[in-house]
Design a binder for this molecule. Structure first.
Ligand SMILES: [Zn+2]
Length: 238
């Protein structure tokens, strides 16, 4: 059963009421709706707590999608947690400090990809450090130069907004695809676009802050050569 993913519409939601609709074979708890971001796109699933109406607390170690299409989320309880049953009412609450740090980091990676307009081949979002892998044929990247450009975008406090667009609308506006830094996936019916005003536009299912000013100070800490055509750029909170 598809989970109503509340974090997609409002990444600032820290908790919600929900109902247990299934328990997976591995013991994952499926809710009808959730604020837990599930592991994808290099960002780990949220940790947090489910509190049953009986008062039982179930610490959640991570959240994962149960299907390829990413429609259903299972909340993975920490080992030894009390059990819940299908039909139980629960309150789902995420570890906000950790998630907010990831939101700031993830948004910073959008800026990094705008500063380095090359194909991204991989990435990872952490609470203190993140990275993107770029398909760049030659070296010559300067850490301080990239840091200065990203910090300029953060200082601009640009608005970050999301909107859904249908495949049909996308086909009707080839200009839009042209301005995107990443080609959108087609065939799922609709695509979520994230726009950093005047700086970046790309399809993305992650969680973002409302404006770049919220990111705070960051710096490029390392640029590694990972193969002939690959540079790994690491970014950390300064
Ligand atoms: Zn994103």
């Amino acid at each position: 059963m598809a989970t109503d993913c509340l974090f997609r519409e409002d990444s600032y939601l820290q908790e919600c009421d929900a109902r247990v609709v299934a328990i997976t074979g591995q013991g994952g708890i499926v809710l009808d709706r959730t604020v837990f971001y599930a592991t994808s796109g290099g960002q780990p699933g949220d940790t947090g707590m489910l509190t049953a109406s009986s008062g039982a607390s179930i610490p959640i170690a991570t959240a994962v999608y149960t299907d390829q299409a990413k429609t259903e989320i299972a909340h993975v309880p920490a080992t030894g947690s009390p059990s819940v049953n299908v039909g139980d009412a629960v309150t789902a609450k995420i570890d906000w400090e950790k998630r907010y740090a990831r939101m700031r980091m993830h948004t910073a990676l959008h800026l990094l990809s705008a500063v380095l307009p090359y194909a991204v081949t991989g990435g990872s979002v952490g609470e203190t450090e993140s990275r993107l892998d770029f398909d760049i044929p030659e070296a010559g990247l300067d850490k301080d130069e990239i840091t200065a450009k990203v910090m300029e975008m953060i200082a601009a406090d640009a608005a970050v907004t999301g909107r859904w667009i249908s495949d049909a609308e996308l086909e009707d506006s080839p200009g839009l695809v042209k301005t995107m830094s990443v080609k959108p996936p087609m065939g799922t019916g609709r695509v979520r676009l994230i726009e950093v005003a005047n700086l970046d536009l790309q399809p993305c299912g992650g969680t973002h802050v409302r404006s770049t000013g919220e990111i705070g100070a960051v710096r490029v800490t390392q640029i590694e050569k990972k193969g002939k055509q690959n540079r790994r750029v690491r970014l950390a909170f300064a």
